[in-house]
Design a protein. Structure first.
Length: 137
């Protein structure tokens, strides 16, 4: 499950290691996105005044990924995960916590260049950063 920052790198194609991951691994696999990240992409589009080129880029990207809905099971996982993290003294942004819970609830690895997820790595199914060179077999 790509976080929003990684989705942006995928759309821009601006990091060779991310392109290499897509070429090597993702073409035969499944790339998912939380509806939370979809909302953040739409927010970024609106914040920039809905430029047509960016809108087309986002639409094309969303057409090629599985956008996963927020469900009651995900909400339950969010409550548990947030309580665990707060007990550990760790607070993430609401959207990062929601994406982490979403990935955990559906059994997905979070793919993110965001170091915030490192603080809760032990509570996740998995965490990967495609921006790092040599991070895949």
């Amino acid at each position: 499950m790509l976080d929003t920052n990684m989705a942006s790198h995928v759309m821009r194609g601006d990091i060779k290691a991310v392109r290499d991951h897509l070429d090597k691994d993702a073409l035969g696999g499944e790339i998912a996105l939380s509806v939370i990240s979809q909302a953040e992409l739409f927010y970024g589009l609106a914040r920039r005044g809905h430029p047509a080129a960016l809108g087309k880029l986002i639409s094309a990207f969303l057409g090629g990924v599985d956008v996963m809905p927020w469900t009651p099971a995900v909400a339950w996982c969010y409550g548990d995960l947030r309580a665990l993290c707060e007990a550990d003294g760790v607070n993430l942004t609401t959207s990062d916590m929601m994406m982490a819970a979403h990935a955990k609830a559906v059994g997905a690895v979070i793919v993110a260049p965001d170091e915030a997820f490192q603080h809760i790595k032990r509570h996740l199914v998995g965490l990967d950063d495609w921006t790092l060179r040599g991070n895949f077999p």
